[in-house]
Design a protein around this ligand. Sequence first.
Ligand code: IPM
Ligand code: MN
Length: 355
Amino acid sequence: MARSYNIAVIPGDGTGPEVVAEGIKVLEAVGAAEGISFDFTTYDFGGERYLKTGETLPDSALEELRKFDAIYLGAIGHPDVKPGILEKGILLRIRFELDQYINLRPVKLYPNVETPLRDKGPEHIDYVVVRENSGGVYTGCGGVTMKGTPNEVAVQEMVYSRFQVDRCLRYAFEYTRRRNRRKTLALVGKTNVLTYVFDLWERAFHEIGSKDYPDITREYYHVDATCMWMVKNPEWFDVIVTENMFGDIITDLGAITQGGMGIAAGGNINPEGVSMFEPIGGSAPKYTGMNVINPLAAIAAAQMMLETLSENRAAARIEKGIVKALERDIQSLAAGKMGLGTREVGDKVAAYAAE
Ligand code: IPM
Ligand code: MN
């Protein structure tokens, strides 16, 4: 019996539709090779729709999205829409309402990819950040008073429940065990200043780790120091677990060390529900429609989608396709400098992945 998946596709804004088209091309190619079929349903959420209708995500859409096996997202962000509206109204709303409480971000340098880290190669840069994706300052607890006066006060609090912390840590421990490399999980926090929130994280980390994951080595780093070590000694890391905002920041640093937004992908995971996969670069409006944007990040997001659906062979095919295209065909990851167009990169990866 052929396996079949229903995938919701949100191409979104700017170059989102172009890169998503290449991801779908590659999925179709590995699907044909592995006997998997995909049924794609496209949704037009994004800046254009918002400018036309004033609507970001209709409530009915959330109910529909819950019924898919996964969601594949291109990019959200439009130059004519005030920052925050689309991000909060679409991306963060889906993350929260579908309770995608993990943001998984692999940081892996492939051969032939240039890194700004001198003397570092693929053997040094290969780790995964498990970013908590449902809490922290992102929950929007807080408010503003006396706005526009000299007395204005604005508050945005870092809020965590033990429940949120525990489920994130358990996912990270399980992931570290499954990954089966150095079996080392590093908690990244700020226990020297944020003494309430990271005391909670640290206690939970050691309680859960010592009781249920004695095979996993536990480490702790402050977030500021982590930024230094990610540059100086990235080979120290196997799996990192951290809270939402810290994870947002350090994963952009991680992304640039693996070659930048052209290659970095992420998954918004609900281990018990519907997950959403995306390239982590933005909508790059100035490159829209030019066939110059790099689709590898979107293709890597499709790979993560297959891994999460437990289609590991098909996922490995995509990674093989990416690596071969990097070795043989792609000159640079930067938009316009690839030596190939967006569609041609997709063609190459699809062909290698299907071999
Ligand atoms: C990310 C992005 C989002 C975030 C923005 C677009 C809301 O930066 O996925 O890392 O802050 O989580
Ligand atoms: Mn970010």
